[in-house]
Design a protein around this ligand. Structure first.
Ligand code: ACO
Length: 335
């Protein structure tokens, strides 16, 4: 339910960016021992997009951001805050300021936020706090990942799942007590961190005089697929139910469920548990694979572009992934 003492927070524009080059299941079957017959029934994925090496996650993020700003009718210079949710930053000191510079969002404070596939939900929740306190009026949240640069292309268990993409939303503060973001539920459980990681290994090297020092080395994505699956089908419906309860909204009243696009079987299991109709649950992973945090705004942008979701409609976004992290946000779309 809207808080009657704080400014409301509205989602007023969405955009997506997907690179053109496309890698199909058949293409993959020529690289590793796999097949469309194995991948499609287990995941719902037929193809994924791959960012060419000359482009970066910043290019992808800026493209999605421009589309979201256009839809919102807001200029980059009007932004107060820019959050980049990514696990594949070009600079681990932070890449959000590069997106800010690319957009010309000169007034915005920009920083990165990392929560794997839940990054978009965590970043929207974070941006909403700045708007609710009245500190800022307009924020841009971009989720962008180039997981094609983080997978081991010889590991058939993971390389078939992921694709590159970016998605963005514009948030705007509104009147006290108006509808907008209606509830937020976030969770983490570090006990499950080993189930899914994109880790930095430390190698001991005698570099500094007689001192042994550690040096970082990037490792590819490692995943225990079965355990991640079990976690997702239990945790995601629970957190959505909590968020709906907090918002005072029944599941059937929601026009669009934008759930992290990891696996069609997970989407189906969540829908079954919440007794949702198929047409309430967005699914775009057939064409894009798992685009990490970007998958929710990509799905939202497609539905809005197709007129399946629009101003005044109720939506739920739900993310889950490494950390472990998960969360859900209930919202009414538009100003
Ligand atoms: N092609 C052919 N065979 C494969 C492939 C492949 N691409 N990948 C694994 N296999 C084989 C395995 O080697 C194994 O063979 P074996 O029995 O001879 O040892 C067999 O298939 C079964 O492997 P499992 O890993 O047990 O397969 P499972 O039925 O669990 O399906 C899957 C794997 C699709 C990954 C499933 O576990 C899943 O959906 N998990 C959720 C993963 C997920 O969604 N991750 C991302 C969420 S978080 C985030 O987005 C970052």
């Amino acid at each position: 339910m809207p808080n009657n003492r704080l400014p409301s927070v509205h989602l007023v524009g969405v955009g997506a960016a997907l690179p053109d080059p496309c890698l199909s299941n058949d293409d993959l079957s020529r690289m590793v021992a796999t097949s469309d017959e194995w991948i499609w029934p287990r995941t719902g994925i037929r193809q994924r997009r791959i960012l060419p090496p000359e482009l970066s996650v910043v290019d992808l993020a800026a493209q999605a951001a421009r589309a979201a700003l256009d839809q919102a009718g807001i200029l980059p210079q009007e932004l107060d805050l820019l959050l980049l949710a990514t696990s594949t930053a070009v600079d681990r000191f932070g890449s959000a300021p590069r997106v800010q510079a690319a957009l010309g969002a000169s007034r915005a404070v920009a920083f990165d936020l990392t929560a794997a596939c839940t990054g978009f939900v965590f970043a929207v929740a974070t941006a909403a706090q700045f708007l609710q306190t009245g500190l800022y009026r307009r924020a841009l949240v971009v989720a962008a990942d180039v997981l094609s640069r983080a997978v081991d292309w010889t590991d058939r268990a993971t390389c078939v799942l992921f694709g590159d993409g970016a998605g963005a939303v514009v948030l705007e503060a509104g009147e006290v007590g108006a509808d907008g973001i209606l509830s937020i539920e976030l969770r983490s459980d570090g006990k499950g961190s080993e189930l899914l990681s994109l880790a930095m290994a430390t190698e001991a090297k005698p570099l500094v005089g007689s001192l042994r020092v550690g040096q970082y080395r990037c490792c590819p994505i490692v995943m225990n697929g079965r355990e991640v699956y079990k976690f997702a089908v239990q945790a995601v419906p629970e957190v959505i139910e909590k968020a709906l309860l907090q918002a005072g909204i029944p599941a059937e009243a929601v026009q669009g469920y934008f759930i992290h696009q990891a696996n069609q079987r997970i989407l189906d299991a969540v829908a079954k548990r919440l007794q949702l109709q198929t047409q309430q649950v967005a699914s775009v992973l057939e064409r894009y694979g798992n685009t990490s945090g970007a998958s929710i705004p990509i799905a939202l942008a497609e539905w809005i572009g197709q007129g399946r979701f629009g101003p005044g409609d109720l939506g739920v976004m739900a993310g889950f992934g490494a950390g472990l992290t998960w969360g859900a946000i209930v919202f009414r779309w538009g100003r």
